[in-house]
Design a protein around this ligand. Structure first.
Ligand SMILES: O=C(O)c1cc(C(=O)O)oc(=O)c1
Length: 295
């Protein structure tokens, strides 16, 4: 939905309450903030112009859904200026941490400042519709430089380039988290070529994690996301210590198919069918990556 300035709202103002109650301490490990633009303008290279979705709205949703913490991932519309993400973390009363997007020429002092502000990882985005370039050699240099901080990298790519990504991912010297499972075609099922290729990536190194997120993006049939559940549940069962979950709120670019965040929470017990799997997915795993000092 567009406002008079052409800025898009990609999230519902009336998410339902979920039937599922997350365990205490559950983390939304993939969400974003947009602006507010008056304080944190969008990048000149932004590929979409969203309405403001600031930290207050994010934390209201967190509470509405029965979640306890957030990991705010720098959205592409903010480029390499992490001000909006840092503002969200600063306003969270220590209940949020973040993942930054950085200019590869960033100084060590600036990386330290991001760490002080609650950043614990750097995102490398390979989606051509979101970013102009993805310089692998420079990204590898960044990955080497963040090692001393104990950070990881978050990588976003689509299934069609998974083979091209393999040597790059193998060269990264810190843990890796793959956004949205590298966007498999879930209609192929759990044993389809996309999921098989993704499993072989997970098997290639023990410190490669993934986010079992975005049924709304990956399942063309929409709610109740049967194809997503069928394809993803075996992944959660087979890699229970390396999966993260998140809402993806405010769902960048989903304006024609806005998901109901309560319905997204109700997918959790279907992909993680036991209390133990749910606790790992929602609490233990994200805490290990983002709040290790509390583990
Ligand atoms: O698929 C997307 O459009 C998308 C965009 C962004 C972003 O703009 O940062 O982040 C996501 O996690 C997903």
């Amino acid at each position: 939905m567009k406002d008079e300035q052409g800025r898009v709202r990609s999230w519902t103002l009336e998410p339902s309450k979920a039937r599922y109650t997350p365990p205490p301490g559950a983390v939304d490990a993939h969400c974003h903030v947009f602006g507010p633009a008056a304080a944190f303008p969008f990048s000149a290279k932004a590929k979409y112009q969203p309405q403001d979705a600031g930290p207050e709205a994010l934390f209201a949703l967190r509470d509405h859904l029965g979640l306890a913490r957030n990991v705010i991932v720098q959205a592409s519309c903010h480029g390499t200026d992490n001000g909006a993400t840092l503002n969200g973390i600063a306003k969270s009363a220590r209940r949020a941490r973040g993942v930054a997007v950085v200019d590869p020429a960033i100084s060590d002092a600036e990386l330290d400042r991001l760490h002080q502000g609650g950043i614990r990882g750097v995102r490398f985005n390979f989606l051509k519709r979101l970013v102009d370039d993805a310089p692998k050699e420079k990204f590898l240099d960044v990955a080497r430089r963040i090692r001393r901080l104990g950070w990881h990298v978050v990588v976003y790519f689509e299934a069609d380039i998974i083979d091209e990504m393999r040597p790059f991912l193998a060269a990264i010297p810190v843990p890796i988290v793959i956004d949205h499972m590298g966007r498999p075609d879930v209609a192929q099922g759990p044993d389809g070529p996309d999921m098989r290729a993704f499993r072989s990536l997970l098997d290639s190194r023990g410190d490669l994690w993934t986010k079992v997120t975005c049924p709304d993006r990956l399942d063309a049939n929409g709610p109740p996301y049967e194809d997503f559940v069928a394809a993803v549940r075996p992944l959660v069962e087979d890699y229970p210590d390396r999966v993260l979950w998140g809402t993806d709120w405010p769902h960048p670019n989903m304006e024609s198919n806005i998901p109901n965040d309560g319905a997204l929470v109700d997918v959790i017990p279907r992909i993680a069918p036991t209390p133990e799997l749910q606790r790992k997915l929602l609490v233990d795993n994200p805490m290990r990556l983002y709040w290790p000092e509390e583990c």
